[in-house]
Design a protein around this ligand. Structure first.
Ligand code: NAD
Length: 529
């Protein structure tokens, strides 16, 4: 890397610290006994402890769910408009408090500030969207009854009750609270289990929920090991919104299925970006850099495979590699760096394992390829690999770090075939000047979101449209109508008038069956749906 900004004179440990009084205030919201076990996560940028965090027990999860359930009853009785308006207020509060939130995200996760800002933006946009659109998504609707005029059906949406949200550490603000917003507007309570690495960010955001008028008690927070506290939450709640790895998602799905409660699962990916021969190469190179290295590559929808049309591969790579090599990597609590650190030793080990394995089997490093302990314990350079083959771990496994492979392709057919390889189906990006061609290619891809002439943000930030994974990338969707309807039970209330379904007095079953046969034929003939 040419342009790192490690400054040995700066005491990074001091800037990546949380005021102990703030940490105490925030952690009081965790449902845990006064004698709870504690732990101290470290700031990834420095390796220094952040705060002392109490952990919840399985009994605490029950306490949290009971309290949430009690608060939910009166919340669900309020008008939807009354519930929703608080989230317009939340929108403003999140933007106003962004400095606090960005600090906490950076301290707990280690990403660059620009990437942390995407999380603030996401929460604000999701809050605005559902505050304004929930009433139309959930409006009771008249439906075609069995017999026109006689059967009057209305479909309405009742809240599930208590929604369990289990979140990972990579987008600690967005993934902890954005999914809670539609759940709450729909009339549910929420019990949230943030990842143990990134608890304070979620807790600070929930203070803003309270300030915006979300009743105390309606959102509960439990903290602890996933297989203990997360698993208990799956056992106790009425619906589970899980974001994390495909491996854990399968476990959650199994448990939810055995209880017959619903679950949405937002899981991993091995996303591809295709540069067609007619693409604007400067824009594509800029977009590809963001696509591959946003949040240090620890982003479910980030790109780990570049498929470049052979006619423009050299020209694209010139532009792309120039930008990658110029990225500024380092710790900084402001906007002066482009890339932050990986979040943990586990992530660093996984990235190293993938790159070292690829190199040992013959891949060529076009950029990066090294850890940077001089910058902080878990820093790793943005890395571009050429010649990655199916024998290499990083060919099909999600790396979840700043590592991308490049492959030359002969055209759309080969790009589609390669993009669709493997078990995932989360996100894809296509660069072409011909938008109709982009749409045609998109229709052939197994990917829940496809960005044409953008990296990942366009589809994600279009919160009116559903977002989620196909195949092993998940089940269900966030955003749009699906992102709120999933937190409800549809109820069909049909009022039968004048004539019932049984034979009228004096008419035998046989005669009645003949009458109904005529009637049903008539309904078809006159076009009843
Ligand atoms: P993970 O599955 O290990 O953990 C995610 C959450 O699940 C954590 O809160 C964890 O404590 C909890 N958990 C762990 N075991 C559990 C269990 N048995 N029961 C219930 N909860 C349990 O995932 P991770 O490694 O922390 O996160 C990274 C993964 O998340 C990547 O694969 C990434 O692609 C994926 N991800 C997906 C999306 C999406 O929207 N599709 C978004 C972000 C991250």
């Amino acid at each position: 890397m040419s342009d790192t900004i490690a400054d040995p004179e700066t005491d990074a440990t001091a800037t990546y610290a949380v005021d102990p009084a703030l940490a105490r205030r925030l952690t009081q919201r965790i449902v845990a006994s006064p004698r709870a076990e504690t732990y101290a996560p470290v700031a990834p940028a420095t390796g220094a402890p952040v705060a002392v965090i109490p952990t919840s027990t399985p009994d605490d999860v029950q306490v949290a769910v009971d309290a949430a359930r009690a608060a939910q009853r009166s919340w669900a009785r309020r008008d939807l408009a009354d519930r929703a308006r608080r989230f317009l207020d939340l929108h403003d509060r999140v933007l106003d408090a962004q400095s606090d939130l960005l600090d906490l995200i950076q301290i707990e996760n280690g990403k660059a500030r620009a990437h942390a800002f995407e999380e603030v933006l996401d929460v604000a946009m999701v809050a605005r969207h559902y505050a304004r659109r929930a009433s139309s998504y959930l409006k009771p609707r008249r439906r075609q009854g069995a017999f026109p005029v006689l059967s009057q059906s209305v479909e309405s949406h009742l809240p599930k009750g208590v929604v369990g949200i289990i979140a990972p550490w990579n987008y600690p603000l967005t993934l902890s609270v954005s999914d809670a917003i539609p759940a709450l507007i729909a009339g549910n309570a929420v019990v949230l289990k943030p990842d143990s690495q990134t608890v304070l960010t979620a807790l600070r955001a929930l203070e803003l929920f309270r300030d915006a008028g979300v009743p105390e008690g309606l959102v509960q927070v439990v903290v602890g090991e996933g297989p203990v506290v997360g698993a208990e939450l799956v056992q106790r709640t009425d619906y589970v919104c899980f974001t994390g790895s495909t491996h854990t998602g399968r476990l959650v799905a199994r448990e939810a299925a055995s209880r017959l409660v619903g679950a949405s699962l937002e899981l991993g990916g091995k996303n591809a970006l295709y540069v067609a021969e007619d693409a604007d190469l400067d824009r594509a190179a800029e977009g590809a850099v963001r696509a591959c290295f946003a949040s240090t590559g620890q982003l479910c929808i980030s790109i780990e495979r570049l498929l470049v049309h052979e006619e423009v591969a050299d020209a694209f790579l010139d532009r792309f590699l120039g930008r990658v090599r110029a990225l500024r990597l380092g710790p900084a609590m402001d906007y002066s760096v482009d890339l932050g650190t990986l979040t943990s030793q586990r992530q660093l080990d996984a990235v190293r394992r993938h790159v070292d394995d690829a190199v040992a089997r013959g891949a060529k490093v076009l950029a990066g390829g090294r850890a940077r302990p001089d910058l902080g314990p878990f820093f790793y350079e943005p890395t571009v690999l050429d010649g990655v083959t199916p024998q290499m771990t990083c060919y099909g496994e999600e790396t979840f770090g700043p590592v991308v492979s490049v492959r030359r392709v002969s055209g759309d057919d080969e790009a589609v075939r390669l993009a669709n390889e493997g078990e995932y189906g989360l996100n894809a990006s296509i660069w072409t000047r011909d938008v109709a061609r982009g749409r045609r290619i998109a229709a052939r891809l197994y990917a829940g979101t496809v960005n044409v002439n953008e990296a990942y943000a366009a589809a994600w930030a279009s919160v009116g449209a559903p977002m989620g994974g196909m195949r092993a990338s998940g089940l269900g969707r966030r955003h749009g109508a699906e992102g709120i309807v999933k937190y409800t039970e549809s109820q069909n209330v049909t009022v039968q008038r004048l004539l019932g379904f049984g034979p009228p007095l004096g008419l035998g079953y046989e005669r009645w069956a003949q009458v109904l046969t005529v009637l049903v034929r008539l309904l078809k003939r006159v076009g009843v749906r």
